[in-house]
Ligand binder design. Structure first.
Ligand SMILES: [Zn+2]
Length: 248
């Protein structure tokens, strides 16, 4: 799973694209460093949140035939979505950043604690308990992740669609009542990734068209099934592999 990036400094200086691209692996820190053939060193920040990237990693794992890994990434995507929601709700409650950081430390290593925080913050925001994985789906997930079960492609697709159907309506609900807070958390994410070292210039931010998406307003994108999304991901991968001949 790769990203392709042009040099933004060349683009600004020349006023047109150079058709020179860097092909980059996805990173945990959201920072993408590129050095082009004209010597520009730039850092571009991926705007997407971890949960958005992780879901795409799961989709790519299905295409590659790694169904256990797909289920693991889909599960992580949902857990990081909980974390994102917790941040948004805490911003809405005007919690000081240092208090958030200190409190998060107490839950950061235990997903059950994070789930508890998410459940009660969601319930207090919307007056209802959020939908979670059914006990059957949670049992399936545990058998794959903890007991070494080897799932089929169909099981991975079904599990991925289940996660999509849980996260997507929640993104819409969150956008309706917390849009300002979503922007604050997104801005803070970009700011925390943006430090530059000597000789580096900012390449700005970029947006990836992920399957689970906070930024896509297109109904057709947000309604596509995992199977439809996989076909688009396959086309993107083909485009990236055709681009590699002119990789920096
Ligand atoms: Zn350049």
């Amino acid at each position: 799973m790769k990203l392709i990036l042009p040099c933004m400094t060349c683009f600004q200086e020349l006023g047109k694209p150079t058709f020179e691209f860097a092909t980059l692996e996805f990173r945990d820190d959201g920072r993408y460093e590129v050095c082009c053939s004209r010597g520009h060193k730039s850092v571009t920040i991926l705007q997407q949140q971890k949960f958005e990237v992780l879901f795409d990693i799961g989709a790519n794992a299905i295409i590659d035939g790694y169904y256990r890994e797909a289920i693991s990434s889909f599960t992580s995507s949902m857990e990081r979505f909980y974390e994102f929601c917790i941040k948004v709700f805490c911003v809405k409650r005007k919690l000081e950043t240092d208090v958030f950081v200190k409190t998060w430390k107490e839950v950061s290593n235990q997903s059950e604690r994070q789930l508890g925080a998410y459940l009660f913050l969601w319930a207090s925001e919307f007056g209802e308990a959020p939908e979670l994985l059914s006990s059957k789906d949670a049992g399936f997930r545990n058998s794959v992740i903890h007991k070494g079960r080897i799932p089929t492609r169909d099981e991975a697709l079904e599990y991925g669609n289940t996660i999509l159907n849980i996260i997507r309506p929640k993104i819409e609900q969150l956008k309706l009542s917390c849009s300002e807070e979503i922007s604050t958390v997104t801005f803070e994410h970009i700011r925390s990734c943006s430090r530059l070292t000597d000789g580096q210039v900012s390449g700005g931010t970029m947006c990836a068209n992920t399957i689970v998406s906070l930024t896509s307003g297109e109904e057709s994108h947000n309604k596509q099934s995992l199977e439809e999304a996989l076909s688009n991901v396959s086309k993107y991968r083909e485009m990236v592999s055709n681009t590699q001949s002119i990789t920096i």
